[in-house]
Design a protein around this ligand. Structure first.
Ligand code: EPU
Length: 426
């Protein structure tokens, strides 16, 4: 099994280019199931999770192939199959976003329930509630969602639960609603940039969607969607991870081709603790930003609460927590999206951090230094947190189960190596 070795103590310097967003690419690739004709999706990152969604889509009759220029070409060739099996879905929860497109185009879907994962129970009740409101008959049986949708119609749906809005639930209902009769209104829709990106892609295919980026989506069903070319937004979580990396190493890096407007809550927190973050350039054609992140000599503690967008993202909680293990004073971190997403904390404690957990809150007492240790990655963002800790820990950190990292960070070891880190994948 692959391991990642990081030797701590180097100050990060140089430039890094941000890749396309994983969490936009996955639903957008699933949405190509809706298109008549070819789609060309650009800026799709090279990640295991992208391979996983391709493995789900091919048995559903799609021709799907990476082109020489890195873009992905898709075309529906056979629409007879509407099953996504447990063997494939269990590898990646996001596979569940084929449900909406299958119902809309093939009038039925049989998709394995994804199950929970280390970050929590992760139900899909809201996805099913939304699709049922559109008229789908859905049964959950033998671990599969069996859905039939001969008579789907637009409807008004409130899509919220105990933890707020749902990103992929909104994606599923929005995709299904694009091709059915009538108007669908999703109240309490997720407004994450990745949901906006999906809406923009669907609109480019001919869908009628208003309100993307707000909590109220209005979708008027159309007869058909056509193939198109589309470029994915940059990955805000990757950009935030590099800000954290510059912060923790007292580094000075230029983060290229990111979207500063997708990271307001994150930048605000890093500035609050003492990191200097400045927009250096905006490309008027692409709307992308180059941002300089300069670490300080020491950091203030702070309180962080994760929330749906535009709040502080849960996907950057582990990374900022790692920086706060070295800040002066006590930081209080509250997880309001995934109350159990603290698996990284016990590994950080093994490296010398001082973190205590109470319910959905972690209390971090800043320490003077971390020390390298063998540690185990438990999920994607927890792995990123351990790499960050390794960048600054005294000695060598060896991170096991690094495949988690490869699910969501493109060429991460290469990118860190170019910034001056002693890092090796074995
Ligand atoms: N929830 C329900 N019922 C549902 C759906 C969600 O109770 O039917 C709860 C969840 O358990 C959670 C909250 O609602 O407490 C929010 O979950 P959401 O549905 O928004 O999460 P998701 O769509 O399954 C996406 C990202 C996650 C990211 C979350 C929150 C993708 C592929 N995944 O998941 O990304 O943490 O939104 O922003 O888009 C990651 O990239 O590491 C990752 C986990």
């Amino acid at each position: 099994m692959k391991k990642l070795m990081v030797r701590g103590g180097r100050r990060l310097e140089g430039e890094v280019k941000i890749s396309g967003a994983k969490n936009a690419a996955l639903p957008i690739l699933a949405a190509t199931l809706l298109a008549e004709g070819e789609c060309v999706i650009k800026n799709v990152p090279y990640l295991t999770d992208v391979d996983n969604i391709i493995d789900i889509l091919r048995p559903l009759g799609m021709f799907i192939e990476r082109q020489e220029d890195g873009s992905i070409l898709t075309r529906v060739e056979d629409d007879s199959c509407s099953t996504a099996t447990y063997e494939l879905v269990k590898k990646m929860r996001a596979s569940v976003c084929v449900l909406g497109p299958l119902l809309a185009t093939r009038k039925k879907a049989r998709v394995s329930l994804p199950g929970g994962c280390v970050i929590g129970i992760r139900p899909i009740d809201l996805h099913l509630k939304g699709l049922r409101a559109l008229g789908a008959n859905i049964e959950v049986i033998h671990g599969y969602v069996e859905a039939e949708g001969e008579k789907l119609r637009g409807a008004e749906i409130f899509l919220g639960g105990a933890f707020g809005s749902t990103v992929l639930g909104t994606a599923n209902v929005m995709m299904a609603a694009t091709l059915i009769e009538g108007t669908t209104i999703i109240e309490n829709a997720a407004c994450e940039p990745e949901v906006q990106d999906l809406a923009n892609f669907l609109r480019k295919m001919g869908a009628k969607i208003e309100g993307a980026g707000t909590h109220r989506l209005v979708i008027e069903g159309v007869e058909k969607l056509t193939g198109t070319t589309y470029s994915i937004i940059p990955d805000r979580i990757e950009a935030g991870t590099f800000i954290a990396a510059s912060a923790i190493t007292q580094g000075d890096i230029l983060i290229k081709d990111m979207r500063i407007d997708h990271l307001h809550a994150v930048i605000d927190k890093f500035r609050e603790i003492g990191v200097e973050i400045r927009k250096v350039r905006e490309n008027p054609e692409t709307g992308l930003h180059d941002v300089r992140a300069r670490g300080g000599k020491s950091y203030q503690s702070c309180d962080v609460a994760t929330l749906p967008y535009p709040g502080f993202p849960t996907d950057l909680q582990a990374q900022i927590s790692t920086v706060l293990t070295l800040a002066s004073g006590i930081s209080v971190i509250t997880e309001k999206v995934y109350p159990d997403r603290f698996m990284h904390m016990s590994e950080l404690n093994r490296m010398g951090a001082s973190v205590r957990k109470e319910g959905n809150t972690a209390i971090v007492l800043g320490v003077d230094f971390l020390s390298g240790a063998p540690v185990m990655a438990s999920d994607l963002r927890a792995s990123a947190a351990l790499v960050l800790a390794g960048l600054v820990a005294r000695g060598e950190t060896v991170i096991d189960r690094i495949y988690h990292l490869e699910r969501g960070y493109e060429k991460i070891a290469d990118k860190f190596a170019k910034l001056g880190v002693e890092i090796k994948m074995e």
